[in-house]
Structure formats: C-alpha cells, structure tokens
Ligand binder design. Structure first.
Ligand code: E9O
Length: 601
C-alpha cells in the first residue's frame, strides 16, 4: 500500500477525526464477547457503558482503573462524523497514523480495513459505505496482544493452578523493556483526492559539483493520468525548475542548498525543498532535502563529509498520554535535544510518528530509523511467519519514510539473539529485503548486543551498532573496568569487521535527586562517573572507526512492573518530564564542545 501523508492542496481536503471518542474494553472472560455480540453493528453506547477516550492517546493512563491500565485484549472506539456535501465526486479516504497493535475498522457497520502492526499508518477508501447526507459512524477494534509472531514479539502465559490464580488467569509476557501502551496513538484523518490521483512519489537525490540531482518517480491511480507538471520549489518559495509530462525524471538544482545536520555552531541545518506535483489537476507537495549518505570502512559520510553522531535514544513516552501523539511534547523534545547539543536520535524501538519525523527533517536532526523488531530473542521468533511479517513491516516503514533526508540508516532490529543459528538466514533476508525496497540505498543495520565472537548476523550490516552496559548489568558499581572492557570490545568487533561502529546504547538507571559520594548505583553521581568513563573510551576511538555515540536514554520512560524498575526505566539524562538530571548537564557540555570542534565537518 502507498501511503503519502495527507496534505491539503487545491485538489485535496483534509479533515481531522481527532477528539473524544466513545470507548469500551471487552473484559469478557472469553475476551471475545464483543465479536459474538457484533459491537460494530450499533453505536458502542448501545452495547453497554462507555468511557470517553481521547484520540490520539494511549488509553492506559487516562482512567483510574488498574485493569484498564494493564488490559490485554480488544478495546473498541467509535464516534460519529459527517462528510461535507461537496465531497460527492471525490475519493474519500480514512487514515490512521497508527493504532497499537492489531486494528479492524468499520464504517456504518461495514468492515473497511484491518492493519497488522502498531506503529505504521494505514488507510482505505470508504466511498462505498459512507453516507453523504446524515451521520456516519466509525468503529475501531484494537488488540494489543503481543505473540511470538508479532513485532515486537511477546507471549501469553496462562496459569492453571486454581489454588493460586483465578480460573482463566493469564498475563502478557513482554520481551522488551518498555510499557506496552495501546490504543489509537496517532491522528485519524479523513481526506479526499480526485478520482485520478497521485498515488506515490519517490525522490532520490545526489550531488554533482554544486548541483543537486533529483530523481523522482510518480505513480498514479484511478484512470489514465492527464497533464503532468513537476516543479522544485525552494524553502523561500522560488520555483527552481519545472518539468512537463514526465511521471519519472531527473531535475538539476543549480547551486543547490544541501540538507546538513544540526550543529550548535551557527549554520543552516535541515534545508528543505518541495516537489510540487500536479497530475491532471491533483496537486501534492512532497517535501525533500538534497543530501547523500555513504559508509567507508572507517567513516560515515553525509554530503561527503565525516559525520559523528552525538546521539540520544528516545521513546514515544510521556505522562498520561503514554505513546499518544502530542505536539507540545514533540517541540519540547526537539528543544531539549538541541539544548543537549545532540545531532542525532534513534527511533528506539519502533517507527515514530510522522509529525516527529517532520521535525527531524526540518531541524536537521539525523535519524537512525528503527523498526519494531525489538526483543527477537526466542527461537520461535525466527520462524517463517515472523520473517514474512518483518519484511512487510520494513516495506511499510521504508515506504513511509523513504523521502526523508533526516533518515540516514535503517535499523531492522534491536538486540536480537544474533548468536542463534536461526539468526543468520533471518537477518540475511530482512536486511537484503530492506536494501531492495529503499531506492535511495541507505545503509542498513541492526543493533547488536551479542558478542563479536559468536554473532552470526552482523556480517550483513553496513555499519555496526552495538549496545554496551559495562559497569551496569555486568560488574555493577565498578566504573573502573569500563574503559578496559569497552576498548577490548571495540577492538574485538573491529578485528572481525572492517566497518565503522556506533555505540547505540550505554546508560545507568538514576533516580533524580538521589545523591551519594563516592558514587553508588542509582545516584546522579554514579550516572555521571559511569558516562564519563564511556566518554574517555569514545574519545580514544572517535578519530579511528567510532562514528557515533548514543546515550540510553534521552528521558526516563515507563516499563512493565519489575523489581529492577522503579516506576519505569530511569536511565534518562532527563526525567520523564524532560528536566535535566546532572548527567544532562554533563552530556550537554560534551556534545556542545564536540559539535563546536571543526574536526567534525
Ligand atoms: C534495550 C533497551 O530497550 N537495551 C537494554 C535497555 C535497558 O536499560 C533497554 O531499556 O535495560 C539493555 C540491555 C542490556 C543487556 C545486557 C545484559 C548483560 C548481562 C550481563
């Protein structure tokens, strides 16, 4: 499925369905009564008591009900909407930015689409079922259950000992370290296109001397395309080049302004052009930037210059809304990334909202775009159904983000059991598939936590990404071994692969306000000493083959309940409310001085 972002234009209208929806969880003992009773055939209110639920948001932290916070199974949303009378000759599309995890959508009681996967958009034309006069009802059933074949994978654990558990008792087992927030997490849009419409646009850029070379390909649907006009428009609104009657072509931007990553020095990061496409009257404006990415055996190059990633790993996570889209949070996060002097983040561990990615493009923040392939740790997660789904997810993800200059690397997974023999064929296939679907041929990787001595899958990556926790999960409290162990590990990887390396995670849980000197685990002092030891090693290899460092994590985030987690993972250099811990100041001092050093560019 093609999935251009819904944009207003002279030929298209976008209407939001965000707001307060009716909501009801199917808490029946079978977890399935809502399907027996066919809740989609009538207003939810007619099936039983409903709650008011905001869209977009996770539902988990909205109410005071523990059972709903920890709910596993089907929840139902519905609301009324109207279609403007003047949409009569248009295609009418209903689009979800995402819903976690599995979703079924009905309009006026007719099923219009399903979607498998919690982090990517889906849409469908609803002309056949929509009323052009009078009200319509959209019903959505969302199921958050994670199974061995979902991404992320998980499993259900059933308890049969009636002396210890109620009859039918089961819990969701997770293989990832973050709360399984669920619901309609992103925007719901209704939008129109003409009957003959622009279906997809793919843009691949390169640089030739001072010129930008823009290769574009437009696909259309719904009839033979008429007249085609394609223009490149600068950020300032100047038409740079124009082309007629070519759905596929190459245009040159003379004296191109390149897309550069953000630095704390005065510069002009994130310069964006727009490809204005007009196909027989359907008009779509696709933003793009001109930049190149390349990997040598020791360097990561953006526009031919060495790039060193001063990075953070993030989560879509905040108080109350969970993983729900929130513009205030997005703006605060980008401001705090710049305050830290960061130039890069990883979408750990799933594709983030398109509205977040837009800011990365505009503000010049580089992105390692990671799939929801987190926690692929059990043998049963490497089977053919898992593999096929993983490839579908990579197709959808590349399809969504392919035109983004901020995205320089695809990460297909985080910390899989890449020492299992099953991992070899699995990752060969997923990585080759990802290369295949990306016309821009960005580097592809997965984030490893295995040992360089027994890993069977890093042979397929373009750039090595490694997570390390010396002095935290091993040798807890012993910051004095970090330099030694990290150096040996980096040299070890290097001896097996002549590829540049990014340390994609390192971090220590820290309760803000907790102090102890000499430093002790969980205190602000420990986090600072711990990170400083890593930094010394990074500085040793920064001039060799280390091309980036990413702290785990940008901010504290919620996890499942666990004796190792004090209301969530506390490895943030910021609190969950995005206020700095001492380590935030430490990281800022480092990143600002490095990003000001001329050796980087
Ligand atoms: C993945 C991330 O989602 N990496 C984890 C992070 C963490 O804080 C988690 O939040 O736990 C670290 C995995 C480290 C595994 C090391 C095991 C070493 C055993 C001796």
């Amino acid at each position: 499925q093609r999935i251009l972002y819904p944009r207003d234009s002279e030929s298209r209208t976008v209407k939001t369905l965000d707001g307060m929806w009716n909501f009801r969880a199917d808490a029946s003992s079978s977890r399935n009564q809502s399907f027996v009773d066919q809740w989609w055939t009538k207003p939810l209110e007619a099936t039983g008591p409903v709650l008011t639920m905001p869209v977009p948001s996770s539902y988990n932290d909205i109410t005071t009900d523990k059972n709903l916070r920890d709910f596993v199974g089907w929840v139902w949303y519905d609301r009324e909407f109207f279609v403007p009378a003047n949409w009569i000759n248009q295609r009418i599309i209903l689009r979800f930015g995402s819903a976690h995890y599995y979703a079924i959508v009905w309009v006026n009681g007719q099923q219009v689409m399903t979607h498998d996967g919690g982090h990517l958009p889906f849409e469908g034309a609803i002309n056949a079922v929509v009323n052009l006069s009078g009200p319509n009802r959209v019903t959505v059933a969302v199921n958050n259950t994670l199974l061995p074949t979902t991404l992320p994978p998980g499993s259900l654990s059933f308890q049969h000992d009636v002396k210890r558990y109620p009859v039918g008792y089961f819990t969701q087992q997770l293989q990832m370290d973050f709360f399984n927030y669920a619901g309609i997490h992103r925007h719901v849009h209704l939008y129109t296109t003409p009957q003959t419409y622009i279906d997809d646009i793919t843009i691949v850029t390169s640089i030739s001397g001072g010129d930008g070379i823009v290769n574009y390909e437009i696909t259309t649907a719904g009839g033979a395309p008429g007249a085609v006009q394609v223009s490149v428009v600068s950020k300032e609104g100047r038409t740079v080049v124009q082309l007629y009657n070519q759905l596929q072509g190459t245009v040159t931007i003379p004296n191109v302004r390149l897309w550069w990553p953000y630095t704390s020095m005065p510069s002009d990061p994130g310069y964006m052009y727009t490809l204005v496409v007009n196909v027989s009257g359907d008009i779509y404006r696709q933003p793009f930037g001109v930049r190149t990415v390349a990997v040598t055996d020791t360097q990561l190059l953006i526009n031919g210059r060495p790039f060193y990633c001063l990075g953070v790993d993030k989560h879509e996570d905040a108080d109350i809304r969970g993983k729900g889209l929130d513009y205030a949070l997005i703006a605060r996060d980008f401001n705090m990334m710049k305050w830290l002097g960061a130039n890069c983040f990883r979408t750990s561990h799933y594709p983030y909202a398109e509205e977040i990615m837009d800011q990365a493009d505009l503000q010049g923040i580089v992105v390692i775009d990671e799939s929801p392939g987190v926690g692929i740790s059990q043998v049963q997660n490497f089977g053919p159904i898992s593999l096929a789904h993983h490839k579908d997810v990579m197709t959808e993800m590349v399809q969504r983000d392919k035109n983004r200059p901020s995205v320089i690397i695809w990460s297909v997974a985080n910390e899989p059991s890449s020492y299992l023999p099953e991992a070899e064929a699995y990752f060969r296939d997923v990585i080759a598939h990802t290369r295949d679907v990306d016309k821009a041929k960005r580097p592809v990787t997965f984030v490893a936590s295995a040992d360089y001595t027994n890993d069977v899958a890093t042979q397929f990556v373009d750039i090595l990404c490694v997570n390390r926790y010396y002095g935290w999960y091993s040798d807890t409290g012993h910051t004095e071994v970090i330099q030694l162990q990290l150096s040996a590990d980096l040299e070890g990887w290097r001896s097996v692969h002549q590829k540049p390396i990014i340390i994609t995670e390192y971090g220590a849980d820290t309760v803000p306000g907790l102090h102890e000197y000499p430093e002790f685990v969980f205190t602000e002092e420990y986090q600072n000493t711990f990170m400083s030891e890593y930094h010394k090693t990074f500085d040793k290899y920064r001039t060799q083959f280390l091309v980036g460092e990413m702290v785990w994590n940008f901010a504290d985030f919620m996890t499942t309940q666990d004796v190792r987690r004090v209301v969530g993972n506390k490895k943030g250099v910021l609190t969950r409310q995005r206020q700095p811990k001492a380590a935030g100041h430490l990281l800022r001092a480092r990143y600002l001085s490095l990003s000001n050093s001329t050796t980087l560019y």
